[in-house]
Every structure is written in structure tokens, then in C-alpha cells.
Design a protein around this ligand. Structure first.
Ligand code: AMP
Length: 454
């Protein structure tokens, strides 16, 4: 278990909070299409503000590639945040420069400063020690709650965590708890539904789930490499020739391993992606040479439904067809509906499957929509995430840069003998601290001229 923000006394401290504010946005107008990521971060933001911290939020947005590009500015996100919290929100027009420093110096307990896009500095993605040091100089404590970027080893997700006392926020804690439970002790049968085009991305997931899941249902473009590995005729369908032998191996292994691999039995096909010809249905292993599979067919939908309906736990990652085109979206939409309505615990691994569920109107019915596609896939592969690994374990001694006393809430009351130390000075006494929580100020920023949402 990683140290949680609940284990740290944050009152009066500058807390650098890494969030995933990479929201879908019209970069020309600043219009935010979907503010789910902001809403998901509110529990941690409000907790820190209510606990009297000065909350310095940092995030990336889009792909500015290490250069200042105002169309990727986080200012519209700061505006949106100001509408959603009761605390003062100020936007800094740089990340570690004079504006950020000046605005941070004026903060009172409970205030929020949102820094400009981290990726305006090339040091962010390069995990530059110099950039990490500058970020660390802004704060006393680092909190990571950006699950969506926890698989990246960047300055704000990794480098800075090495330099400050640290903890994870509520969102990361929740994601780790749920994925951990699914992989270690799921309600069975555990059914994984995997789709999408890039089989190479899902190979490690399949490998890991062969021991853990009971059934692995494979749809989408990646299914045809498996069908071909079994000797089927797949026409012009997407096939990764280099992965055929590995798919054969998985199909053989699945006879001895826990999980059974279930492949499509029919497909909706056409001569190419954009053809206006009427689509045709073929059995999955008998696709005409001139056709390609673009969606799972009705028999497969029925077959997959049976497994999903009887599942104790369902993991879904990747669309069942070229769902961007409504002609080939039926399989994905049906699976979205069945997963959402299933009695088993449903987990959607972000990305396309999450947007398909939300688009189909079943988003609220799913038990857990992960906020990180890549990060949740890494965990399903059995990997650890650098942005989480670097955070201290629960119970580890907490030492601040310029202090000899610790502020770990647990450490106040427990006489625990700690095994790992961090920071520059170690602790010699374990006296109970009497820290006062400072009530946050309830005022709206002059700088962020956003009206409160009704
Ligand atoms: P991925 O990034 O690997 O999860 O793949 C997502 C993409 O897979 C989506 O853009 C789909 O259009 C694509 N996809 C799904 N099924 C097929 C298919 N049968 N043939 C080609 N692409 C597909």
C-alpha cells in the first residue's frame, strides 16, 4: 500500500498536486467537451483545501512537444475548476517561472494555484533532473493523483517524487484498490473482453490474464491474427503476421492454463473501410478473399453476451469493431450495454471502450470506468507504474526538507519503527504533534474570471 494523503498533515504546507487535466478540448476555442477528469480530481483537491494546504496543481494538456503553444494552455481548465470548487483559484502563466513563484507566494491556506501546461517545458517528458528540481522547489509535499499518466516516467510524475515527501491521492488509491482486487481475488468467473486493432499492445495483457481470468473473449481487429493462427481464412482483415506464432502459442497454452480463449464466430465485413457497399456477414474463419472483418457479427454478439451475463467480474478493453463508423459500431455498442447491465463487477479500462460506454448512455451503470487507458493496461499486464512505484509505502517515515519533525498523521500516534527514510534529515523523536488545521478561505479569484456554475 502506498502512502495516502490521509496519512500526511498538510495544513499550511505547499502541496504540489499532479493531476491528469488532459481533458478533451477544442484547442482553438478552449471549449472543454468532457470535464470528467476534473470532476474525478475534486475529492483530492477538496480534501487538501479543507485540510488547510496551499494546493499547487500541475498537469499536461495535449502535445505541445516541449514548446510554449498557447492553444494548449491550461487556462480554460483553471476557469472550469474555479466553477467547481469553493476555494480561490488562480492561474499561473508559467510553470516554474516568476509568475508561478509570485502567485504561490501570495497563497493562503486552502487556496489553489493552477500552473501552466507542464509540457511547455521539454524537461517534463525528458524527466530532466533540473526541471524536477524546479518543480520541487515550489512545494513541501508532492501528491500524485494523475492515474492516467502514472505509467510515464516524467519529471512531474517521477523525478519530483524523489525530491519531496510524497503520497498518492484518492483517485490513484481507488484505481489501485480495484485493479488489485480484480487481479488477486476477483468474483469468478473473471471474463476479460479484449478488442482494438493493436495486438502488440494486448499481447502482454493476454499473457498475464491466461493465469488469472477464466475466459478471454477476443474481438476487434486483433481477433483475425488469432483466427488465422487457427488456420482460418480471414480475407483482407487486419493481421499482424509477426504475431501469428505467438497467438498459436497462446491458443495452445489456453488448454492448460486457467483461461479459455474465445474467438468470434462471425463478422460483419466489407471490401474496405470506406466502402459504401452493403456490408456482408461471413463466418470468422471463412471470410472472402476480397473482404475484411470490420465488426463482430450477431452470432458472436450473442456468444459474448452469454459469457458477460454469467461473469462475476468483467474487464473490458478495446472496441469490437471500427466503431467510429456507425455501420460497424453495433458490436461495440451491444457489448457496452451487456457489460453495463451485467450483474458481475464491471471494469472498463479507459480509452475507446470507456467512450463507447459513455456514448451509449450506460456510463453510470458500469462499476468502474478507469481514468487511465495506458496505465490500467500496464497494471493488467502485471507491470508496476513508475509514477506510483516511486511513492513511499504506507508507514514510511516522512521528513520535510527543512524540518526535523515529521508530519505523518500515523507517525503522530504510533511508535512505529520505520524501515525506509526519505528527505534530508532523519527523525530522532516521536512526540505527538499538535498541528492546527487552518480553515480554508472561501473566496473566488479575481484572476480567474469564471462565474460559478449553478
Ligand atoms: P487500439 O488502439 O488497439 O485499442 O485500437 C482501437 C482501434 O481499433 C479503433 O480505432 C478501431 O477502429 C480499430 N478497430 C477495431 N476493430 C477493427 C477491425 N476489425 N479492423 C480494423 N480496425 C479495427
Amino acid at each position: 500500500m502506498k502512502r495516502s494523503i490521509k496519512d500526511i498533515e498538510v495544513s499550511g504546507k505547499n502541496v504540489l498536486l499532479r493531476l491528469d487535466f488532459n481533458v478533451p478540448m477544442n484547442y482553438e476555442t478552449g471549449e472543454i467537451y468532457d470535464n470528467t477528469r476534473i470532476l474525478e480530481s475534486l475529492a483530492t483537491i477538496n480534501y487538501l483545501c479543507d485540510s488547510g494546504a496551499k494546493v499547487i496543481i500541475c498537469s499536461h494538456l495535449g502535445r505541445p512537444k516541449g514548446k510554449v503553444d498557447k492553444k494548449f494552455s491550461l487556462a480554460p481548465v483553471a476557469d472550469k475548476l474555479a466553477m467547481l470548487v469553493k476555494n480561490k483559484v488562480t492561474f499561473a502563466t508559467d510553470t516554474v517561472g516568476s509568475d508561478a513563484k509570485q502567485k504561490i507566494s501570495q497563497m493562503e491556506n486552502g487556496d489553489i494555484v493552477v500552473l501552466e501546461n507542464l509540457r511547455f517545458d521539454s524537461g517534463e517528458e525528458e524527466n530532466s533532473p533540473a526541471f524536477a528540481k524546479k518543480l520541487a522547489s515550489l512545494a513541501d509535499i508532492y501528491v500524485n493523483d494523475a492515474f492516467g499518466t502514472a505509467h510515464r516516467k516524467h519529471a512531474s510524475t517521477y523525478g519530483v517524487a524523489k525530491l519531496l515527501p510524497n503520497a498518492v491521492g484518492f483517485l490513484i488509491s481507488k484505481e489501485l484498490k480495484i485493479i488489485g482486487q480484480i487481479l488477486s481475488n476477483p468474483n469468478r468467473p473473471l471474463v476479460a473482453v479484449l478488442g482494438g486493432a493493436k495486438i502488440s499492445d494486448k499481447i502482454p495483457v493476454i499473457e498475464n490474464l491466461l493465469d488469472k481470468a477464466d475466459y478471454i473473449l477476443i474481438g476487434g481487429g486483433m481477433a483475425y491474427t488469432f483466427v488465422k493462427a487457427k488456420g482460418g481464412k480471414v480475407g483482407k482483415s487486419l493481421v499482424d503476421e509477426e504475431k501469428i506464432s505467438l497467438c498459436k502459442k497462446f491458443l495452445d497454452l489456453s488448454k492448460d492454463k486457467r483461461a479459455e480463449i474465445v474467438l468470434p464466430i462471425d463478422n460483419i465485413c466489407n471490401i474496405d473501410f470506406d466502402s459504401t457497399n452493403k456490408p456482408r456477414r461471413f463466418l470468422s474463419n471463412q471470410i472472402d478473399d476480397n473482404y475484411m472483418g470490420l465488426d463482430i457479427g450477431p452470432k458472436t454478439i450473442k456468444l459474448f453476451k452469454k459469457y458477460i451475463k454469467n461473469a462475476g467480474t468483467i474487464i473490458w478493453n478495446g472496441p469490437m469493431g471500427v466503431f467510429e463508423n456507425s455501420v460497424y459500431a453495433r458490436g461495440t455498442n451491444k457489448i457496452a450495454k451487456y457489460v453495463a447491465k451485467a450483474k458481475g463487477f464491471s471494469f472498463i479500462g479507459g480509452g475507446d471502450s470507456a467512450s463507447a460506454v459513455v456514448k451509449s448512455g450506460y456510463g453510470k451503470k458500469v462499476n468502474h470506468l478507469s481514468t487511465g487507458g495506458g496505465a490500467s493496461l500496464s497494471l493488467l499486464e502485471g507491470k508496476t507504474l513508475p509514477g506510483i512505484e516511486i511513492i513511499s509505502d504506507e508507514g514510511t517515515e516522512l521528513v520535510f526538507k527543512n524540518e526535523t519533525t515529521k508530519s505523518s498523521k500515523k507517525a503522530h500516534t504510533k511508535k512505529t519503527s520505520f524501515t525506509k527514510k526519505e528527505g534530508t534529515k532523519s527523525l530522532t523523536t516521536n512526540k505527538k504533534q499538535t498541528s492546527k488545521k487552518t480553515a480554508p478561505k472561501k473566496k473566488v479569484s479575481q484572476k480567474v474570471k469564471a462565474k460559478k456554475e449553478s
